[in-house]
Structures are given as structure tokens and as C-alpha cells.
Design a protein around this ligand. Structure first.
Ligand code: KG4
Ligand code: ZN
Length: 347
């Protein structure tokens, strides 16, 4: 169903509950944010050093109706004025996803609106559509979050080819695990980012896994994680003086270098017209600066886009934005839609 050009805006309500953020947002025409409400559970999980799935589901259940009410009222719209309900249906924690999926199904049924299922990892890319970026194809996208690290090629809009992904820990997961070993809080990425700004990135030469030719766009961060943890133990055992800032900066440099080198190589090989960065780790200041400078040097005519930090981490505006092209093509989900813990991009 393609709306006529002079039609009034298409309002989609997006819901997100795949991990530890309960979020609802209204987006007009896949581009204009009318409201973007995020209730973070970080404080609830911080004492456990990571997300506890049962606690996450219960909190989503407590929050979701309140958050939807806020998103509609801030957008100045009622349920009847919406055009569709979109929901993140996977991947993620299945119990957490089910809260959003069940709520979206109930709303769609009650208001007789189309239901649109969105892949959470792909949706991270659409955060770049909310910032007025001049996106052109073919494009290369790096999605780096707490649960996923993937290098994607999009030859055309809505076409996704996976070039590579992590073989073990995701980039954000590595930040979180290293931060925990260093005694920093959860989530670890922002803490390491902050601490690294006053450290020396060349203080410790940590391993960087580039893998063999066949897997050149895959990632592996478990060796780096173990090396940092071993280094920490070694320093503590020998009671040597330990600069957490140097350690944070050296770890961050090793991880970010690999992300940047592989992204630039993929952009060259596939003649990218632009490069997109997305996911929670896209908020990392060193990743943003290094990718910008390396891309400008290797491919000066190819622009790099990344969302503001609030749209890098989990939110529902990206879910509503990702649903817009599906809405236009009439790609609706059935009312027996289920959550899926392990959806991959492009599925
Ligand atoms: O995309 P996201 O909100 O959730 C998932 O879909 O996983 O990403 C959360 C991840 C966490 O691992 C967090 O530590 C990381 O993104 N992160 C960062 C930064 N901000 C968030 N990692 C590095 N530097 C940051 N500034
Ligand atoms: Zn995410």
C-alpha cells in the first residue's frame, strides 16, 4: 500500500523491549520523531553486573503501558490517529521481547491497525534515517551493540547482505566484561570511554584479531578480553602500579582499530556510497573519531553517518523508522506473531 504523495503524515507507534530498555515512540513518515520515551532499567541490573532476564521482563510489564501513554500524549495523538503498531520481535531476551510483542498485538487488534514486526539489529541502522542523513546506496553498515557485531552491505534500500559478524563476544559485551574485571560499573562501555580519554592508547599492546582471508569481515574479541583480564591479574599479583586509564585506553584502541579497519576495507571492496555506524557501541567517542579520519583518508568522497548517542543505544524511534518501508509495502505481521531470541539481520 503506497500512500498518495499529498497524504497526511503516516504515524507509526514503535515498541522496544528486547533487553533492559522499555521504550515507545511515535515517528512520522519514518523520519520525524514526534515522541521518544525510554525507561532504562540500568540501575536495577547494575548491582548484578549485567542484565537479569527475569527482572527485565517484570519491569517491562510494569512500565510498558505507562510508556505508551506518555509517547502518545507527547506526540499529541490518540491510538485512532496512528497508521500502524511496530514492535521489535527479535533478537533479544525472549521473555523481555514477549512483553512488547504481546502488547503490540493487543493494541493492533483493539485499534484495528496493521502490526509490523521489526528485526532489532536492523532497526539500529534506521536510527540514521532520523537525523536527516543523506543516505546513498550501496552502503556499508557497522552495527556494534551489547549483543551483536555485524558488518552489512546494503546494495539497495531494504536489501541486506551480511558480510561478517562476531564469532564470540560482541563488541559491547567485551566492553562490559572488561569493565567488570576492572571494577567499573555496568554498562561498561560508557565508563571505559570516559576513563580512556585520560589514558595512553599505546601503554599496552593488546592483541587484535584480524582472522584469515576467508573470514576477513568476521570479528573475534574473546582473545582481547582474556588478554586484558590476564594483564590485570598479573599486575595485581605483582602488586605493580596500575593505571586504569592507560588500561582502558589501550583496550579500547585495540578493539576500535579492528572495527575501523574492517569497516574501511569493506567500504573499499564494495564501492560504498556511504558508511553507517549504529548500535550502542556507535556512541563510543574513539570509534566515531577514528572511523571518520580513516574513512576520510581512504575514501574522501564517502560520507560517514552515525546517530546522536541517545539514538545509538536501544530506543523505539528506530523501531518505528524501520517499520515505515514495511508499512509502505504492506508487509504486515499476523496476530500470532511470536518473539524470536535469535533473528539475524536480513531475516
Ligand atoms: O544497542 P544497545 O543499547 O543494546 C543492545 O542492543 O545490545 O547497546 C548496549 C551496549 C552495551 O554493551 C554498552 O556498554 C555499549 O553498548 N555502549 C558503549 C558506549 N555506550 C554504550 N560502548 C562503548 N562506548 C560507549 N560510549
Ligand atoms: Zn540494541
Amino acid at each position: 500500500m503506497i500512500p498518495p504523495p499529498d497524504a497526511s503524515p503516516c504515524y507509526i507507534l514503535g515498541l522496544e523491549s528486547s533487553c533492559d530498555e522499555t521504550a515507545a515512540a511515535v515517528v512520522a513518515d519514518g523520519r520525524r520523531i514526534m515522541s521518544n520515551i525510554i525507561s532504562s532499567q540500568i540501575e536495577l541490573h547494575a548491582r548484578y553486573g549485567g542484565v537479569v532476564p527475569e527482572i527485565a521482563s517484570r519491569r517491562h510489564l510494569e512500565q510498558i503501558n505507562l510508556i505508551i501513554g506518555e509517547a502518545l500524549s507527547e506526540a499529541g495523538l490518540t491510538l485512532k490517529e496512528l497508521h500502524a503498531i511496530a514492535v521489535s520481535s527479535g533478537p533479544g531476551l525472549v521473555g523481555a521481547l514477549l512483553i512488547g510483542v504481546s502488547t503490540a498485538k493487543a493494541l493492533a487488534y483493539a485499534a484495528r491497525l496493521p502490526l509490523i514486526a521489526v528485526n532489532h539489529v536492523e532497526a539500529h541502522l534506521y536510527a540514521n534515517h532520523l537525523t536527516g542523513a543523506g543516505i546513498r546506496y550501496p552502503l556499508i553498515a557497522l552495527i556494534a551493540s551489547g549483543g551483536h557485531t555485524a558488518l552489512l552491505l546494503m546494495p539497495e534500500p531494504e536489501q541486506i547482505v551480511s558480510l561478517g559478524q562476531t564469532r564470540d563476544d560482541a563488541a559491547g559485551e567485551t566492553f562490559d566484561k572488561v569493565a567488570r574485571a576492572m571494577g567499573l560499573g555496568y554498562p561498561g562501555g560508557p565508563q571505559i570511554d570516559r576513563l580512556a580519554s585520560s589514558g595512553r592508547p599505546d601503554a599496552v599492546d593488546f592483541p587484535r584479531a584480524y582472522l584469515d582471508e576467508k573470514a576477513r569481515f568476521d570479528f573475534s574479541f574473546s582473545g582481547l578480553k582474556s588478554a586484558v583480564i590476564n594483564h590485570l591479574h598479573h599486575l595485581r599479583q605483582k602488586k605493580e602500579e596500575l593505571s586504569l586509564a592507560d588500561l582502558a585506553a589501550s583496550f579500547q584502541e585495540a578493539l576500535v582499530r579492528v572495527l575501523v579497519d574492517k569497516t574501511v576495507a569493506a567500504a573499499k571492496e564494495h564501492h560504498a556510497a556511504c558508511v553507517l555506524l549504529a548500535g550502542g557501541v556507535a556512541a563510543n567517542s574513539r570509534l566515531r573519531t577514528l572511523l571518520r579520519s580513516e574513512l576520510a583518508q581512504a575514501l574522501p568522497a564517502v560520507p560517514l553517518y552515525f546517530p546522536p548517542p541517545l539514538l545509538c543505544t536501544d530506543n523505539a524511534a528506530m523501531i518505528a523508522a524501520a517499520a515505515f518501508p514495511r508499512y509502505r509495502c504492506g508487509l504486515y505481521a499476523p496476530l500470532d506473531l511470536n518473539a524470536s531470541a535469535s533473528l539475524t539481520p536480513g531475516c
